[in-house]
Design a protein around this ligand. Structure first.
Ligand code: 8YV
Length: 319
């Protein structure tokens, strides 16, 4: 059997795969779309990255493709309906991304609040900083309210950190958690509009789909609390970036921390020059430990499927 790995992930994650499959993987970086289209006809399995679009053309090129194992929890890069139609199994890696993504979301929130990146940049360029007791004032997290949109595993891991930091945690989900779970997590459910109005910090932790595309738009931003902050470690298109720029400009929002972008990897120009915006290049899971764990998990999904067993995490099951 042959498996195409579209991106050069750590070798440690591929040992078990290589015992059972012939593995095609680029020496470094990623295969281009043309290379994938050329190599795929001989492949039974593909291990794909969120940045690689797996559309009809790709799936049609994979004449014997039986499984797409996506490296990451998000799968908006894959045409799920078409995979289902073709009977191609799709899996993802929800577990290993939880703690690293929560760490980054919390780090961005702290950074924004205490203006760490802003001060660092001013000190390094030697202009703009003023020293003094009443200068560089930030906002403390302790006693503030964190609103989480999408209280899945990542949202819950952020909530745990926020509670330890003395914050109150509220959330909105399409499906409310049980009362017992809310109690054990120490979180309160609010409607989306109530959440917007109550949160000093709003963390986006939802999947990108038709119902979450531009969830944060002019109207939802207007409902956010004056002087609040937005943190997005989910998917860029959940936010209408031009609406975000407007509410940052007007001062309605105090700041934003972004790991993901509407037009990734392109970043809306206006955001680049704002001191109250912290930007990182989609590094939510960018630690070597997480990369190895994600790769191992994605490989395990393929191996289980190839043995006729249930993969660890299935997005589209076998027909
Ligand atoms: C990326 C992510 O997949 O899990 C996700 O959905 O966005 C990330 O973990 C990862 O950076 C690999 O590209």
């Amino acid at each position: 059997m042959v498996c195409l790995v579209t991106y050069a992930i750590p070798d440690q994650a591929l040992t078990a795969l290589k015992e059972r499959f012939e593995v095609m993987i680029p020496e470094e970086g990623s295969f281009s779309r043309e290379e994938v289209l050329r190599l795929l006809p001989n492949c039974d399995a593909m291990l794909s990255m969120f940045s690689f679009k797996v559309d009809k053309e790709v799936m049609d090129a994979g004449k014997s493709l039986r499984i797409i194992s996506n490296f990451g929890v998000g799968f908006n890069n894959i045409d799920i309906a078409y995979a289902r139609e073709k009977g191609i199994v799709v899996t993802n890696t929800p577990d290993p991304v939880v703690e690293p993504t929560a760490e980054l979301a919390f780090a961005i929130m702290s950074d924004l609040s205490r203006r760490i990146t802003e001060c660092d940049a001013k000190l390094k360029r030697g202009t703009g900083i003023r020293w003094g007791v009443m200068e560089n004032l930030g906002v403390g997290l302790w006693g503030k309210t964190l609103g989480i949109v999408g209280l899945g595993n990542i949202g819950k891991a952020i909530a745990r950190r926020a509670l330890v930091a003395g914050m109150k945690v509220v959330y909105h989900n399409r499906h409310r958690l049980s009362e017992a779970e809310e109690k054990s997590l120490n979180v309160c459910y609010l409607s989306f509009d109530e959440l917007l109005a109550a949160s000093d910090y709003l963390s986006l932790n939802t999947h990108l789909n038709d119902s979450t595309l531009h969830l944060m738009n002019e109207s939802s931003f207007a409902k956010m609390k004056q002087g609040s902050f937005l943190i997005n470690t989910a998917r860029g298109p959940v936010v209408d970036e031009s609406a975000l720029v407007s509410v940052l400009r007007s001062g309605h929002l105090a700041g934003a921390g972004l790991d993901v972008y509407e037009f990734e990897p392109k970043i809306t120009e206006d955001l680049l020059s704002m001191d109250n915006v912290v930007l990182v290049p989609h590094i939510g899971t960018a630690t070597m430990d997480a990369r190895i764990a994600m790769g191992t998990y994605a490989v395990e999904n393929i191996l289980r499927f190839s043995r006729g067993e249930q993969p660890l995490s299935v997005v589209v099951g076998a027909n």
